[in-house]
Design a protein around this ligand. Structure first.
Ligand SMILES: Cc1ncc(COP(=O)(O)O)c(C=O)c1O
Length: 423
C-alpha cells in the first residue's frame, strides 16, 4: 500500500480507515519573513521590532555540524525535535547531515518533503498504531525504536516485520549527575526485556539495533562508557547479530558557568566502551545529537516592555522560547541594544518577567545587563538554538512570528566573558 505523499505543509495520518490531512505547523515558517542581514544590530535598526525576532546563523550551524561529522566515528543523526525550523534543517543538510531522528509524523513529513534523499529514523519509544502505519506505508520509514514488548508487537503487526525493518531496542541507563533531563526515568528497557525483544525481532527477520540516551547536556563523557557496559551485557545474553549501535544524544553545548569537555573526550569514552563489545565488523555506530549541533547558532532579540526596579518585563518568556531557563536553570548570555544614547558600563543582574499575564511566567535565572536599562531597549539573548522555538506555545496569544538570517558571529563566542556566570 502506497499512499500519495501529502503536499508540503501538511502531514497525513490514518483516521477512521482513511488518510486525513492536517496542517503541519512543526516548522512554523509560514508566519515568518526570512530576510538576510549582516548583523543583529542591523536587524534592530531596520525592523525596530516590538515582537521577538529569531536570528539564525546558518554558518554557525554549518560549522557545528561539519566538525561533529568529522570527529564522530560513525553516522550522525540530527534530533529534529531540538529545533525543527527549516533554516536550521537546511544548514545542517548543507553541512552533510543526511540522517534525521524524528519523534512524530509532522517531523517525518517535514524531513521527507524537504530532503527526499535523507534517511528517517522514528526514535520515539511510544507511538500510536495509526502513526506507525502511516510512517511505514506513507512515508516509507523503516527504522523504529522500542523499549517495551507491547510496542514491538504493535510495530510488527502494523508493518509485517521482515528484513526491510530495523528495530532499535532502547536500553535504560543510570542517571548522570548534572544532565538537564534524565530521559531514562521515562524510557528504556531493562537488560532482560531488551534481550527478549532483540531475540523476537531477529526471529521476525528484522535488522537489529541497540540505543540509549544518557540525558541531555551530559557533562560526563564516561557516562557513555557506563551505558556501553549495559550494551555489552545485553549482547552477551541475547547472542544476536547487531547491525546498529546508537549512542544517542546528550553531547553538551557551552552555556554560561558550565565547563564542558570537547567532543574528542566523548568519542574516546565511546571508543573505550566499544573495545569491550564484540560487534560485527559491519555494525554501524550512530549518534543522535540535538543540542550540540544547534544551540550556538541562534539568538533572539526581545524588547523591554517595562522596568520596575531591577525587574524587567520582556516580550518573550517561559511559555515562549525561554522555558529552558526554568526547566534546565539555563543562564543565557545577554547584551543590550540601544542606539539613541550610550549604555552604562555598570552591569547588574535583573529578574526577568515573561510577557504572559501569568505569575508563573518568570525566568529562574537572571540576565546580566547594563544598570541603566529602560523601556524600549532591546536585548539580544544568545545560544538559544536548542529547545527554544521548538517549545514555544501560543499561550495568552503571544508568539514570536519573525525570523531573520544574520551573518555576524554570535556575540558570546566573540567575547567569552559572556559565558561566565555571576550566579
Ligand atoms: C530519542 C532522542 N534522541 C536524541 C535527543 C537529542 O538529545 P540532545 O539534544 O541532548 O543531544 C533526544 C532529546 O530529548 C531524544 O529524546
Amino acid at each position: 500500500m502506497n499512499g500519495q505523499l501529502p503536499k508540503f505543509l501538511y502531514f497525513t495520518i490514518y483516521h477512521g480507515g482513511h488518510f486525513k490531512k492536517f496542517v503541519n505547523k512543526i516548522s512554523k515558517d509560514f508566519c515568518i519573513l526570512v530576510k538576510v542581514f549582516k548583523t543583529v544590530d542591523a536587524v534592530v535598526r531596520a525592523l525596530t521590532p516590538s515582537y521577538p525576532v529569531y536570528c539564525f546563523r546558518p554558518h554557525v550551524f554549518h560549522n557545528l555540524a561539519s566538525s561533529f561529522l568529522q570527529e564522530f566515528p560513525g553516522r550522525v543523526l540530527y534530533a529534529v525535535k531540538c529545533n525543527p525550523h527549516l533554516e536550521v534543517l537546511k544548514a545542517l543538510y548543507n553541512a552533510g547531515i543526511r540522517h534525521f531522528d524524528t519523534a512524530s509524523l509532522p517531523e517525518i513529513a517535514l524531513i521527507r518533503e524537504n530532503f527526499p534523499d535523507a534517511a528517517i529514523y522514528f526514535m520515539h519509544p511510544v507511538k500510536g498504531r495509526a502513526v506507525i502505519k502511516t510512517a511505514y506505508h506513507v512515508y516509507n520509514v523503516d527504522n523504529f525504536v522500542v523499549d517495551y514488548q507491547n510496542e514491538l508487537d504493535k510495530i510488527i503487526e502494523e508493518t509485517g516485520g521482515g528484513s526491510g525493518l530495523t528495530i532499535f531496542v532502547r536500553l535504560k541507563t543510570p542517571p548522570v549527575e548534572g544532565t538537564f533531563y534524565h530521559l531514562a526515568d521515562k524510557f528504556g528497557a531493562s537488560v532482560a526485556e531488551a534481550v527478549q525483544m532483540l531475540q523476537q525481532a531477529q526471529s521476525m527477520g528484522c535488522q537489529l539495533g541497540l540505543a540509549f540516551h544518557v540525558g541531555s547536556q551530559c557533562l560526563h563523557p564516561e557516562a557513555y562508557l557506563q551505558a556501553l557496559k549495559i550494551v555489552a551485557e545485553t549482547l552477551k545474553q541475547a547472542k544476536v547479530n547487531l547491525h546498529f549501535l546508537d549512542v544517542g544524544g546528550g553531547f553538551p553545548s557551552q552555556y554560561m558557568g558550565q565547563k564542558i569537555a570537547g567532543l574528542a573526550e566523548y568519542v574516546k569514552s565511546i571508543e573505550t566502551g566499544l573495545q569491550a563489545i564484540s560487534l560485527r565488523r559491519d555494525c554501524v555506530l550512530m549518534c543522535e545529537p540535538g543540542r550540540a549541533l544547534v544551540a550556538e547558532g541562534m539568538s533572539m532579540v526581545v524588547q523591554v516592555l517595562l522596568r520596575k526596579g531591577n525587574q524587567l518585563y520582556i516580550n518573550d518568556g517561559i511559555y515562549g522560547s525561554l522555558s529552558e531557563t526554568v526547566t534546565a536553570k539555563l543562564k543565557l548570555p545577554t547584551r543590550l541594544i540601544r542606539f539613541k544614547k550610550p549604555v552604562s558600563t555598570d552591569i547588574i543582574s535583573y529578574t526577568i518577567n515573561g510577557c504572559s499575564c501569568d505569575s508563573l511566567d518568570v525566568l529562574s535565572t537572571t540576565f546580566d545587563l547594563p544598570a541603566d536599562v529602560v523601556e524600549g531597549d532591546w536585548i539580544e539573548i544568545d545560544r538559544i538554538g536548542a529547545y527554544s522555538n521548538a517549545l514555544a506555545s501560543h499561550f495568552n496569544g503571544f508568539y514570536p512570528e519573525a525570523a531573520v538570517i544574520v551573518e555576524d558571529e554570535p556575540f558570546s563566542s566573540l567575547h567569552p566573558r559572556f559565558l561566565k556566570s555571576n550566579d
